[in-house]
Ligand binder design. Structure first.
Ligand SMILES: Nc1ncnc2c1ncn2[C@@H]1O[C@H](COP(=O)(O)OP(=O)(O)OP(=O)(O)O)[C@@H](O)[C@H]1O
Length: 404
């Protein structure tokens, strides 16, 4: 099928529930094609498409590209904003630029009431991602590549061009006499992605084309879904949430397949720690084979008779301080009489044994402090003026697991 109708069908399938929509357009060929295709698809509703360009200021011409995008967006009747990023961090420049860009765009979307932003990743980007992940020894999840619909930083990121080729998009623009900018960064071989792009060219000569790599990622995405279903079934049978902790039936877990067990443990560690990434494979494997006492990813594992309890590691939250009306450790909400002089910190060594909760759970639980004076310890001594509950979205492990 030709480009515009397939694009429209994809958009109807993935973007239907979102309106207005954001469009991240760098000025390169992929995202300029995205701009024109999206405007065509939206028709008279195009006023609800908002375009954004991040000017990284990393090289001459980046401001000109933003101006070019603005001009073309205006000609299509779309609003356009330029966000300027000033580099503050050292280290991997492309990674820093990408995460700054995503953060700026997400904040921009929140300001406009936009819940979903379109990105112009193509099949070639997907193929390069898969190759880079192969080179890093990724498993099924990594080889599934980028998702057509993903959630991060509080919004949805949609990639409606993931099955289309870069050359096809440029042809489409050329035929319509539309302009785009070539990113000089694409020729800089210091970047992993650029090296992957070159490697992809060589492999295509051997038959390992972008289309084949995209097929691989689609197979892997299906395998991942099956494995995640198995993990959720196992969680239903073998995991009980106890307040902020998880209690795992050790025998049931050890009887499950290692991959299912490993996924479940990784999910439990992420739910408790709030870390969006899973631990490294080697560290996880060591722990999952024995399900013994240990610490990983800011979480303690403690064996208790036939089970293993997962709880937040007290040391990991020792230095976490927040105001009483912010979520503490990203997962606890406190309520009580407001007083600007109070702060939330962990109960730490003021936790004592003998109550409803293990000392470890209490030590990593939130407490209200005035300087060094303990004002309230809601988990250890409930029923006082202060109470603590798990934040929405992090309060029910099994529900959380269904959406992660
Ligand atoms: N400066 C920018 N301003 C607005 N959107 C951008 C900008 N750069 C990239 N994008 C958006 O991100 C999409 C992908 O860009 P790019 O291939 O450079 O990848 P990336 O975001 O760095 O991520 P990855 O390296 O994982 O592919 C573009 O098609 C566009 O939608």
């Amino acid at each position: 099928m030709t480009l515009a109708p397939t694009f429209a069908a994809t958009m109807d399938r993935i973007a239907g529930g979102f309106w207005p929509l954001g469009l991240a357009v760098s000025g390169g060929g992929d995202s300029m094609a995205l701009l024109h295709l999206a405007a065509e698809w939206a028709g008279p509703s195009r006023r609800k498409l908002h375009v954004v360009t991040v000017d990284h200021g990393l090289r001459d011409g980046s401001a000109d590209e933003a101006v070019m995008v603005r001009r073309q967006a205006a000609a299509l009747g779309l609003t356009h904003d330029t966000l300027v990023w000033r580099r503050e961090t050292m280290g991997n420049l492309q990674d820093a630029a990408r995460s700054a860009r995503r953060g700026l765009i997400a904040a921009w979307a929140a300001r406009l009431g936009v819940d979903a932003v379109l990105l112009g990743h193509t099949r070639d980007d997907q193929a390069e991602t898969v190759l880079m992940r192969m080179a890093r020894g990724s498993g099924v999840d990594g080889l599934a590549g980028m998702a057509e619909v993903g959630r991060a930083q509080g919004i949805a990121w949609l990639r409606p061009l993931l099955t289309r080729g870069r050359a096809e998009l440029r042809d489409w623009l050329t035929k319509r006499g539309l302009d785009w900018a070539e990113d000089p960064g694409n020729e800089n071989s210091a970047f992993d992605r650029v090296r992957a792009r070159r490697m992809a060219g060589t492999l295509a000569d051997l038959g390992l084309s972008a289309a084949r790599l995209e097929l691989l990622s689609a197979h892997m995405a299906r395998a991942r879904d099956v494995l995640n279903d198995a993990m959720r079934d196992l969680a239903g049978q073998a995991v009980r949430q106890d307040g902020p902790d998880l209690v795992l039936d050790r025998a049931a877990l050890l009887a499950a397949r290692p991959e299912t067990r490993m996924r479940l443990l990784a999910a439990g560690l992420r739910w408790i720690s709030g870390n969006p990434y899973r631990p490294r494979f080697a560290a996880l494997q060591g722990m999952v084979d024995t399900l013994d006492n240990g610490t990983l990813h800011g979480v303690l594992l403690r064996r208790q008779r036939g089970s293993v309890r997962l709880m937040r590691e007290p040391r990991a939250v020792r230095d976490t301080v927040s105001r009483t009306d912010d979520a503490w450790d990203g997962r606890w909400c406190l309520s009580g009489p407001h007083d600007a002089a109070l702060t939330v910190r962990s109960l730490a060594d003021r936790a004592y044994a003998g109550g409803r909760w293990p000392v470890g759970t209490l030590a990593a639980s939130p407490a209200i402090w005035r300087g060094e004076t303990l004002v309230a310890a809601p988990l250890q001594e409930p029923g006082g003026l202060w109470s603590a509950r798990l934040a929405d979205g992090r309060d029910d492990f099994h529900r959380w697991l269904r959406s992660h």
